[in-house]
Design a protein around this ligand. Structure first.
Ligand code: COA
Length: 243
């Protein structure tokens, strides 16, 4: 595919995805997210040819003009759309599939631990909302969506929507996923919830046993009550009859 055909394909994909985009010329001139991708294509070629310092230098020039910091080693698929651009960071070992959309402030970063493949793999047609952080060597499955502001620390299955800090699934294959088990949320509060749920179970069990024990007495009590009422009634009647 020629250079111009690739550029035209990128521009058309923005026109498809951004309702604010009006013409090819506008997209060409006003979308720094696209410029960042184009600059990365050159810096990535330099990186592959082992002209690494120049590659990094070029990526920093790109960052200066676009606000997008893409490491030249990152592998980007076709038609990547970085909307609003500012503050996006894509790490060295990140892999981004085709037709991916990233909003401003998204980080495809490492966790700070380890070497080797330490950045996310984002599969085709993934949508990542603004300021989401995808951290570590995780995989975001095809067609998945990551909510704005989410922090994703583990793999996301295909066709899912995840939100929150840390992120949890709210939709999978078009169906709403409701969390009924606190083990499904991996944040510090979930430990407290798990302990609380165990305590409630225990109390319910105890209460059940207690009610079982009370049952014979309850029946006896009701009988005694009825007996007293009957006694009272008879006393009253007999007294009345006696006068
Ligand atoms: C993730 C997203 C795509 C989900 O959209 P959706 O399919 O319409 O989801 P819903 O609105 O049905 O939300 C499902 C649940 O997730 C919650 N939720 C949605 N987005 C969330 C987010 N970013 N953070 C935390 N919770 C979120 C909703 O409150 C709802 O929870 P509830 O049922 O307990 O009330 C969307 O909310 C989002 O974040 N889009 C990003 C938009 C963006 O970045 N825009 C930038 C413009 S410049």
């Amino acid at each position: 595919m020629s250079l111009f055909a690739r550029i035209r394909e990128d521009i058309d994909s923005v026109l498809e995805r951004d309702p604010a985009a009006r013409s090819r010329l506008e997209v060409f001139l006003c979308y720094p997210g696209l410029w960042a991708v184009w600059i990365h294509r050159v810096s990535h070629q330099l990186w592959r040819r082992r002209i690494r310092l120049l590659a990094r230098l070029l990526s920093q020039v790109g960052r200066f003009f676009t606000g997008v910091d893409i490491h030249p080693g990152a592998l980007l698929g076709r038609r990547l759309f970085i909307d609003h651009a500012t503050g996006v960071v894509i790490g060295e070992t990140a892999i981004v599939g085709s037709d991916v959309t990233l909003y401003q402030g998204v980080t495809l970063g490492g966790t700070g631990k380890g070497h080797g493949k330490r950045h996310p793999t984002v599969c085709d047609r993934v949508f990542v909302g603004n300021n989401a952080n995808l951290l570590g060597n995780i995989t975001i499955g095809e067609n998945s969506r990551v909510g704005a502001g989410s922090v994703v620390l583990s793999d996301v299955p295909p066709n899912s929507t995840v939100v929150g800090v840390p992120a949890h699934i709210v939709y999978r294959n078009g169906e709403r996923v409701l969390i009924t088990d606190p083990h499904d949320i991996k944040d510090p509060l979930s430990d407290a919830l798990i302990a609380l749920a165990a305590r409630v179970d225990e109390l319910e069990e105890r209460q059940g046993a207690h009610e079982l024990r009370l049952e014979p007495f309850a029946a006896e009590e009701a009988e005694r009550e009825a007996y007293h009422m009957e006694l009272e009634r008879r006393q009253y009647v007999s007294m009345g009859e006696g006068i």
